[in-house]
Design a protein around this ligand. Sequence first.
Ligand SMILES: Cc1cc2nc3c(=O)[nH]c(=O)nc-3n(C[C@H](O)[C@H](O)[C@H](O)COP(=O)(O)OP(=O)(O)OC[C@H]3O[C@@H](n4cnc5c(N)ncnc54)[C@H](O)[C@@H]3O)c2cc1C
Length: 310
Amino acid sequence: MSKSIELAIIGSGIAGVSAAVYARRSGLDFVIFEEKGIGGQLLLMENIDNYVGLPLNTKGNDLAKELATTLEDLEIRPINQGITKIKMDEKAAILQAKDCDYKAKSLIVASGASFRRLGVSGETEFLGKGVSYCAVCDGFFFKGKDVAVIGGGNTAVEEALYLSEIANRVTLVHRRDQLRAIEYLQKDLFKKPNIEVLFDSVVKEIKGSELMGEVIIENTKSRREQSLSLQGLFIAIGISPNTDIFADSVSVDKDGFIVTDEHMRTSCEFVWAAGDCRKRPLRQLITAASEGAIATMSVYKYLRGHYISS
Ligand SMILES: Cc1cc2nc3c(=O)[nH]c(=O)nc-3n(C[C@H](O)[C@H](O)[C@H](O)COP(=O)(O)OP(=O)(O)OC[C@H]3O[C@@H](n4cnc5c(N)ncnc54)[C@H](O)[C@@H]3O)c2cc1C
């Protein structure tokens, strides 16, 4: 079966939901696809303290629920399916969902990003058995245990601080000789008596039997290895874009982020991108939401034949 539509939106994180809201208000015939849950990364987040208009300490989950309510109020029903394949013909994108193909005259990619992996032995084997990419989601399971966080940016330091309130001891392992995290976070980190920082250090191997129990760390300067006895390992080394299926159709940068102009137009005439899947200087909720809106308004002008200045 195949359906023709004016616009397909892939992803119902804040960028995709924002695009959908503007699409409804513009009267476009559109569908929005989501393979997991409405809200995307919001579902992994503890507090939001930097979104204008929201009270401090708003929970990520609560904003995700609000997004779902907004969609319901506007009678937008996301199709709960992942798009696994995409083909471009001359003037449309053909999207393969589980039970139907969609031929879309325009496409907004709002597929977001996922946690970057270390790529060491044991990482996949012990995922969910000690290895995690989200302290807010899994920290609870490590009450009173010894854990490590890998990374040196804001997320890694925030995760170490969060875990220091739950775990017995937290080791922050960073490959360079100084952290990249913002100064006030570093100040908080170095005040914590149960956090130790290992600089110039990388994970070589994650070991255990049924559960993870040991992590081998190498000092990048001395090449000396040490074994840490740990029950939890939180990997916070950044994100990579969910763009594999689009990479043949639109230009991406060396890390796979989709390249757009200020109207969110990609190198393909009928494809736009918004949010964390796109190359942009600030990966935040507020920028993702605004880009979703910009993308839809640009799509609207394209579909209705209005002029867009470059
Ligand atoms: C732990 C954490 C804390 C953060 N804290 C803050 C903060 O305090 N303030 C702030 O502003 N930002 C914060 N951020 C960043 C912010 O969450 C992101 O910038 C924002 O959520 C990106 O939204 P998005 O819609 O672009 O992508 P996402 O939220 O990643 O949503 C993309 C959606 O697309 C879906 N999808 C992907 N591929 C497909 C497919 N093929 N088919 C169907 N669906 C698909 C995914 O399942 C997902 O739901 C944080 C992020 C994390 C992980």
